[in-house]
Design a protein around this ligand. Structure first.
Ligand code: ADP
Length: 444
C-alpha cells in the first residue's frame, strides 16, 4: 500500500527566511503522527503545506502515492481542525456538522451521518445548540465533528486543545485518541506540548528551527534521542545536561570529568563506553535522566553504578514521588532554542549563585571528588554551548526519588549514577553514547 503522506526534501521560504528546511517525512495509512517542537519551529507550516494552504518552495509532496503539490486544497480529501475552532456562529451543531456533507451533496439533510458523528463525539444532546451556547470544549468537539463527518482520508489537527484549560485538555486528548483510532484515519497532529505528543502519537516528529530532528515512536524518542535537543525536549523533569570532558588515559580507567567530580566508567567497559575513548580530552555534554540517579552510599553501588555526591538545594514533594534538586558542582549545559520553549518550572526554582560552602562541602565529603585543576580549561568548552549561554546557577542535577526519602535542604547526599542509562552528546549535540544506530565508519 502506498504511503498516505510523503514529504521529500520539502522547504518553505518566506522572503529570505526558511520556515521549513528540507523536511523528508512519511506517514503510513492509519498512522497518528505528531509534529512536536517549540513555537515558531515550522510545525504549522508543514501541516498547511500538506493541506495545500501554503505553496511548497522546494521539494515534493505526495498524497496516497501521487504527486500532490499542484492539487487544489478542496481536492485533497483532507480535513483540518485549528486551535481557534471556526464554527459558523449562526448554525446549530447539527448544521455545522452537516455543512461539509451538504457542500458535497445538497439534496439530503445527511441526518444519519450527523447522528453517527455526534454519537462518536458524545455531543448528541448539543445538536440544536448554537456555538455561543456551548463551552470551549464542546465547541472543539463540534469542530472535530465537522472535520470528520465527511470521513476524510487525512485528518490534520493544529494545536486543537491549546485554548482549553488543563483538565479539559487531558480529557479531550484521550477522546481524540479514541476517535481517531475508531476511524482509522491517517492523522497529523501539531503540538508544542511534549506530554501531549508522547501520549498521542504512534510516532513523534521533533522539529527545531525548521529542521526535522528525529521521527520515532515515543518510547524510542525518549530512550534513544538522536541529539541533545530531542533529549532535552522530551521528558519531565527535563534530562540533566552537564558539561563534561572525556578522560581516557591509555593506562587507567575511563571517566567523564564533570568539573568538580568524575563519573568513573565501570570495568570492563561496555561497547558504548569503549567508543567514547576516541573522544579523549574533548568536551561533551553528559545527559542523565532524573531516574538514572539515586540516593545511596558507594557501598550500595550496584554493578554499573558510579558514586558521586551532591548538596540538596531544593526538594519538591509531589505525593507519589520526590524531585530532589542538587548541586554537584557541575555546569549545566544550555541548549539553544530550548530555553524559551518549556515552562520555567522545569528548570527548578530560581537559584542563588554558587556559594563557597557548597564547594567546600563537595570537596570534603566524597572521595571521588576531583581537584579543580583537572577541570576543563576554557579552550575545551563545547562549541554547542557558547560561553554567554552557560548557566552559573548552583543547582545542576534533579533526581527522582520515592516519597520515603527524607532529605534536608543544605545536606550532603551520596549519589549513585546508573551508567547504563548514561547519554553523551558530542560538541555538535549529536548523541555518541549509546552509539548512534548507524555508526559512521572509523577512519584510523
Ligand atoms: P509553529 O507552528 O512551529 O509555531 P510556524 O510554522 O507557524 O511555526 O512558523 C514557522 C516560522 O515561519 C516562524 O518563524 C514564523 O514567523 C514564520 N512564518 C509563518 N507564516 C509566515 C508568513 N505567512 N510570512 C512570513 N513568515 C511566516
Amino acid at each position: 500500500m502506498s504511503r498516505a503522506i510523503e514529504l521529500r526534501e520539502v522547504s518553505k521560504r518566506y522572503g529570505d527566511t526558511y520556515a521549513v528546511r528540507r523536511v523528508s517525512l512519511t506517514v503510513e495509512p492509519g498512522e497518528f503522527l505528531v509534529l512536536l517542537g517549540p513555537s515558531g519551529c515550522g510545525k504549522s507550516t508543514v501541516l498547511r503545506m500538506i493541506a495545500g494552504l501554503e505553496d511548497i518552495t522546494e521539494g515534493e509532496l505526495l498524497l496516497g502515492g501521487e504527486p500532490a503539490s499542484d492539487v487544489l486544497p478542496r481536492e485533497r480529501d483532507i480535513a483540518m481542525v485549528f486551535q481557534s475552532f471556526a464554527l459558523y456562529p449562526s448554525m446549530t451543531t447539527r448544521e455545522n456538522i452537516a455543512f461539509p456533507l451538504r457542500l458535497r451533496d445538497p439534496s439530503t439533510d445527511h441526518d444519519d451521518e450527523v447522528r453517527t458523528t455526534a454519537r462518536m463525539l458524545a455531543i448528541e444532546d448539543l445538536l440544536e445548540r448554537l456555538p455561543a451556547q456551548m463551552s470551549g470544549g464542546e465547541r472543539q468537539r463540534v469542530a472535530m465533528g465537522r472535520a470528520i463527518s465527511r470521513r476524510p482520508s487525512v485528518f490534520l489537527l493544529d494545536e486543537p486543545l491549546s485554548s482549553l484549560d488543563a483538565k479539559l485538555r487531558g480529557h479531550l486528548r484521550a477522546e481524540i485518541a479514541r476517535i481517531v483510532a475508531e476511524l482509522g484515519v491517517t492523522t497529523v497532529y501539531v503540538t508544542h506540548d511534549q506530554a501531549e505528543a508522547m501520549s498521542l502519537g504512534d510516532r513523534v516528529a521533533v522539529m527545531r528551527d525548521g529542521v526535522l530532528q528525529q521521527a520515532s515512536p515515543p518510547r524510542e524518542l525518549y530512550a534513544r534521542p538522536a541529539n541533545v535537543f530531542v533529549a532535552a525536549f522530551v521528558g519531565t523533569p527535563r534530562i540533566n545536561l552537564l558539561e563534561g570532558v572525556v578522560h581516557a588515559p591509555l593506562d587507567g580507567p575511563m571517566a567523564l570529568d564533570l568539573g568538580r567530580q568524575r563519573l568513573c566508567l565501570p570495568q570492563p567497559l561496555t561497547t558504548d563506553h569503549q567508543l567514547l575513548r576516541i573522544q579523549q580530552g574533548r568536551p561533551v555534554i553528559v545527559g542523565l535522566r532524573p531516574e538514572a540517579v539515586r540516593i545511596g552510599p558507594p557501598s550500595q553501588a550496584r554493578p554499573g553504578e558510579a558514586a558521586i555526591g551532591g548538596i540538596v538545594e531544593h526538594v519538591e514533594y509531589l505525593g507519589h514521588e520526590v524531585l530532589v534538586h542538587l548541586n554537584t558542582g557541575s555546569r549545566r549545559a544550555v541548549v539553544p532554542d530550548l530555553e524559551s520553549s518549556r515552562p520555567a518550572v522545569d528548570a527548578g526554582p530560581a537559584r542563588p549563585a554558587r556559594r563557597p560552602w557548597i564547594d567546600r562541602a563537595l570537596h570534603r565529603v566524597n572521595s571521588v571528588v576531583v581537584s579543580r585543576s583537572s577541570a576543563p580549561g576554557p579552550a575545551q568548552q563545547p562549541a554547542a554551548v557558547p560561553p554567554e549561554r552557560r548557566t552559573t546557577a548552583a543547582g545542576d542535577l534533579v533526581l527522582r526519588s520515592g516519597p520515603e526519602h527524607r532529605v534536608r535542604v543544605g545536606g550532603h547526599v551520596p549519589l549513585l549514577v546508573d551508567l547504563e542509562r548514561l547519554y553523551v552528546f558530542d560538541h555538535t549535540g549529536l548523541r555518541i553514547c549509546p552509539a548512534p544506530d548507524r555508526m559512521p565508519a572509523l577512519h584510523t
